[in-house]
Design a protein around this ligand. Structure first.
Ligand code: SF4
Length: 697
């Protein structure tokens, strides 16, 4: 009876962007168990292993339970919150006074609730005078956000998950949905139309194995491949001229541009035979409801924005957008990447506004009742420029909130060295054991999912509610409370009186969003959102009268001033570090299993999840390459790049093509190898291409 629940409550999961609802079983108001919520429109009673284990990772021994301050002997020692907050303010203010206000920066996350992201953005930029701040969404979603903004006039993923079930042709690009978004894949499996499932991915992933067609294109041949499809569609007249003329601009330039991308050229560059490319174009033409989906294989790419737009172009030119089962659809990574994109106030001003636009600054100042001078008139540096700023000496103080830079940043060795050069590094996290926290001068203990309240926004733009169903351990506090305390200690608390609770902050976000494409002004309170089964933006009517599944652009009107979507295109720049005689393999990194998440900061704490995934780093290798190198499965191999090396267990499998290696991103060592290069428009790191060598260890 001790654990027999006496009540339940529903809340959205805190891992991936699917945004499943979990029914938490309570005993005396505290969570004792959970099951997936059966009535929620996202997951329909399903959850992946991470969701099922979401409560168990809260009990880990390495939870940060008290503030820790590095002492004269170099060790981290417990201190009071008062001492921690005084030190935080004294050190950052001293750095600002000595080197200027731009010398302190912050890095946050797509995993805090929207209200916390919004308060952090306001506190740092409007209260503390910080200019430069970015989030780990730069590592996953910046490409999609930039592509949408340029093509549609706003960062607006157009779809609803129902589209997975209504398409008759589903094109998945650089997306191992089975593993990375397993509940979305379940939605594909529920599709009653016997759809064509076309997977474009260099690896024969679990999703590729389940597809009707797998196109194992050579890495980074995406542009040639998708432009050739556009070429064939134009050549055959398989375009929706009515839609193009009514709702888009620059199509004729695009049609002329893709003439050079012949099927033969695409075949030469991608390795896919001409006949297959022609067949795929025909399938897109014959589909009545064609949807294009992409994830990190596109986004984490040095030309990701243009690749995403090559898919957007295919949807626009065939009129496959704004109708059920269609769309150019970016599947987000983290549970609140969308919240970060809309409301974090980092590289963009709230609700898709621009720091450089005086009108936008005026609007925000008026809504928040702030002096306009408090709003920076310059854009923040993106993540990699902040890291570069440490190297150049421009950044001397850094506040890292809920992310693990020392593990996850591209070319990790350099990132670690640079963090070590800071005058003052503060890490705010649930766990004191992350690689980044271990480097910190000050660790602030934060509550986790289930220990605080707020909202997440999932991939289909749906706000869902997170609740407090556990007490945070020790003296750990919700990030929201920590930000409010920082405001008081910094001396700018008066600016944020209205931001008294997460729910009061939602009211502010409603005001900030009013009249913007992501308008949530009529969304109601947490209880209303909960009762509605989550609510998608835009929401300008009561959720009670809105459909539960809504997609954008049903009227063909986009967010550019002329209401038209743009065709955007560009030639490939070519791989910056192609394999050569010394480094003959191309390394691809990515998600390894549905049971693991990012740097394993949380999932590594679950005994169940650990059993579902190899403990030590492994490398997948094609049988022909393994034989040539004298390697067999379970042998140890050394893999090295121009930047570092690791020892991995070999897994011989034909799922990787000859000349390629795959290592999951979850292991601490993976990013020793990766090459720091970035998409020029989105500044997203390109994690999936660097030259490496391999040999028996
Ligand atoms: Fe959570 Fe994503 Fe798994 Fe759903 S699919 S339970 S949101 S991790």
């Amino acid at each position: 009876d001790r654990l027999r629940p006496d009540a339940t409550t529903d809340m959205v999961c805190g891992y991936c962007s699917t945004g499943c609802s979990l029914r938490v079983h309570l005993k005396d108001g505290e969570a004792v168990n959970l099951t997936p919520t059966t009535e929620y429109p996202v997951n329909l009673g399903m959850a992946c292993p991470k969701g099922w284990e979401a409560l168990n990772v809260l009990d880990a021994d390495d939870r940060a339970t008290r503030p820790l301050l590095r002492g004269a002997d170099g060790g981290l020692k417990h201190v009071s919150w008062d001492k921690a907050l005084r030190t935080f303010c004294e050190r950052f203010k001293a750095i600002g006074e000595q080197y200027g206000p731009e010398s302190v920066a912050f890095l946050s996350t797509g995993q805090m609730v929207t209200e916390e992201l919004a308060l952090l953005g306001a506190l740092t930029k409007f209260g503390m005078g910080i200019v430069h701040g970015d989030g780990n969404t730069r590592q996953c979603m910046a490409t999609a956000a930039t592509a949408y903004k340029q093509s549609f006039g706003f960062d607006a993923p157009p779809f609803t998950y129902q589209d997975f079930e209504e398409s008759d042709v589903i094109v998945l690009v650089g997306s191992n949905l089975c593993v990375a978004h397993p509940i979305m894949w379940e939605r594909v499996c529920r599709n009653p139309h016997n759809p064509e499932i076309i997977v474009v991915d260099p690896r024969r992933t679990e999703t590729a194995m389940a597809a009707t067609t797998h196109l194992a294109i050579k890495p980074k041949s995406d542009l040639a491949f998708f432009y050739a499809l556009a070429n064939i569609l134009c050549r055959e007249g398989w375009v929706d001229r009515g839609y193009i003329d009514a709702h888009t601009s620059d199509f004729d330039e695009f049609a002329s541009f893709v003439q050079q991308y012949t099927p033969q050229r695409a075949a030469d560059e991608s390795g896919v035979p001409v006949e297959t490319i022609e067949q795929v174009a025909r399938k897109i033409h014959e589909g009545e409801r064609v949807s294009f989906w992409w994830t990190m294989g596109v986004n984490q790419n040095y030309e990701g924005v243009r690749i995403a737009q090559s898919l957007i172009n295919l949807a626009l030119m065939t009129g496959n957008i704004g109708r059920p089962g269609t769309g150019a659809n970016s599947v987000t990574g983290q549970c609140n990447a969308m919240g970060s994109r809309m409301f974090s106030n980092t590289t963009g001003l709230y609700a898709g506004r621009d720091f450089l636009d005086p009108e936008h600054r005026r609007e925000v100042a008026d809504i928040l009742d702030l002096p306009i001078e408090n709003i920076p008139a310059e854009n923040s540096w993106p993540y990699h420029q902040i890291i570069d700023g440490i190297e150049s000496g421009a950044i001397k103080g850094l506040w890292v909130v809920c992310t693990n830079t020392s593990h996850s940043w591209i070319h990790q060795t350099e990132a670690r060295e640079l963090l070590g050069k800071l005058d003052f590094l503060v890490v705010q996290d649930m766990y004191h054991s992350t690689e980044t926290a271990q480097q910190a001068d000050l660790v602030l203990p934060a509550a986790g999912w289930g220990e605080k309240e707020g909202t997440f926004i999932n991939s289909e733009r749906r706000l869902g509610v997170v609740k407090r169903v556990r007490r945070p351990p020790g003296e750990a506090l919700p990030d929201f409370s920590i930000f409010r305390l920082v405001a008081e200690y910094w001396g700018c608390g008066d600016l944020f009186r209205r931001w008294s609770t997460p729910e009061a902050t939602l009211e502010i976000l409603k005001d900030l969003s009013r009249g913007r494409p992501c308008d949530i002004s009529a969304i109601g309170d947490y209880a209303t959102i909960d009762h509605a089964g989550g609510v998608q933006w835009p929401c300008t009517d009561s959720p009670e009268v809105l459909d539960q599944q809504r997609r954008l652009f049903e009227d063909g009107r986009y967010y550019h001033e002329d209401g038209r979507a743009r065709f955007l295109f560009e030639d490939s720049r070519g791989m910056p570090e192609p394999p050569d005689d010394d480094y003959p393999f191309l390394l691809i990194t990515g998600r390894g299993a549905a049971s693991q998440w990012h740097t394993q900061t949380r999932t590594g704490k679950s005994e169940v999840l650990k059993k579902l995934y190899p403990k030590n780093v492994y490398v997948e290798m094609n049988p022909a390459d393994a034989a040539a190198a004298g390697l067999e499965s379970y042998d140890k191999a050394v893999v090295w790049s121009r930047r570092g090396e690791l020892i991995a267990t070999v897994f011989v499998t034909p799922t990787v093509q000859p000349g390629q290696l795959f290592i999951p991103m979850h292991y601490e060592a993976t990013n020793r190898l990766t090459l720091p290069h970035f998409d020029p428009y989105s500044h997203q790191p390109s994690y999936k291409d660097c030259a490496v060598a391999v040999a028996p260890a």
